[in-house]
Ligand binder design. Structure first.
Ligand SMILES: [Zn+2]
Ligand SMILES: [Zn+2]
Length: 353
């Protein structure tokens, strides 16, 4: 049996870079030589024992440990199982993060991203992730060919940008909208770009890190503010003639950003929740109903947006410069996780086997 290196999560704070069995492709399956894998906020939360992932007991545990992490991967096809005709050896593939069960009501309706099985690469035994030299693509997986001209950075950004695009689509942006995007990480910054492509009245970016505000403006934000330093309530009131913003896309995963959004939105505004929180959030729900009659929308994974994102990057409509801030070798995963969490200049951090 051939072996390979992988980063396996055993328990909170117990991830091990070790030798595991190299996968082989059974019927319907594909094996990829991993070329790169992004570190998601979810991977960091998994490392720190996030309750959504590890639960409070065996019964409500999402992760099936020990399992190789990583769902933002791309790679080169090295082995094709019986019956696969969707790709050839040598193709570069992006793989959607969810492995649909194919049988639940959502899968049958084509809404596979809401699959009740909710199996995401890097968390389930049948979906070992891309923090490894090779990854086995499940037979139910949704794959997309990556154009040859893509850089590794662009290829790794396909999954996170696809998630961002889903959130932007849910916002239903119109020409007259003032759109606020809270949290200018790689996804939030890309969402500024995507929101601008809908030609709204204005896109405003918010983040507590100054370099992200600058990048946000390079990505098309008409204004960018730091909630920790600027009086954003005042600024946004000024920019909207006292009305408030029409759309608030929450992409920071910070509880304070939720209250902020409810405050900044105008009556009948639309709130889209895209970020993931490490803790429970409390807010005054009266604002939603009795106060402003808001529409609250949830955004989960990437729906059907992979092809559009690939095309957007290919044509240059979707920019990617500066969204990957660090590249580390998989063996140096500890440094990479630390950079993703603590480096003030971190955007998306990517690992290469
Ligand atoms: Zn992710
Ligand atoms: Zn399903």
């Amino acid at each position: 049996m051939e072996r390979m290196k992988a980063l396996v999560q055993y328990a909170p704070y117990d991830s091990r870079y070790e030798e595991v069995e190299k996968p082989t492709a059974g019927p319907g399956e594909i094996v990829l030589k991993v070329k790169g894998c992004g570190i998601c906020a979810g991977d960091l939360k998994a490392y720190h024992g996030g309750i959504r992932i590890w639960g409070t007991c065996e019964e409500d545990r999402y992760i099936e440990a020990p399992v190789t992490g990583g769902h933002e991967f791309f790679g080169e096809v090295t082995q094709i199982g019986e019956g696969v005709d969707s790709c050839e050896i040598g193709d570069l593939l992006a793989v959607e993060q969810i492995v649909p069960c194919g049988e639940c009501g959502f899968c049958r309706e084509g809404k596979y991203w809401m699959c009740e099985g909710s199996a995401v690469y890097g968390f389930k035994q049948h979906a070992a992730g891309g923090f490894a030299e090779y990854v086995k693509v499940h037979k139910n997986s949704i794959i997309h060919k990556i154009p040859e001209a893509f850089t590794p950075e662009q290829a790794v950004l396909i999954e996170p940008l696809a998630c961002g695009m889903h959130a932007v689509e849910l916002a239903g942006i119109r020409h007259s909208d003032v759109v606020v995007i809270a949290g200018l990480g790689a996804i939030g910054t890309a969402m500024v770009n995507m929101a601008k492509l809908s030609l709204p009245a204005m896109v405003i970016g918010l983040d507590v890190k100054e370099h992200r505000l600058m990048l946000g403006k390079e990505y098309g934000a008409d204004a960018a503010f730091n909630p920790a330093a600027d009086n954003i309530d005042e600024e946004i009131r000024k920019m909207t003639k006292g009305k408030g913003c029409d759309v608030y896309i929450e992409a920071s995963g910070s509880p304070a950003s939720v209250k902020q959004g409810l405050r900044l939105l105008r009556n009948h505004g639309r709130y889209v929740q895209m970020g993931v929180f490490a803790e429970e959030v409390s807010a005054d729900w009266n604002v939603i109903g009795d106060g402003k009659e808001l529409t609250i929308l949830g955004s989960h994974l990437s729906a059907l947006t992979f092809p559009a994102v690939i095309e957007g990057i290919r044509t240059g409509l979707l920019k990617t410069d500066g969204l990957i801030s660090h590249i580390f070798k998989l063996a140096d995963w500890q440094q990479a996780f630390e950079a993703a969490e603590k480096d003030p200049l971190a955007m998306k951090v990517m690992l290469e086997p």
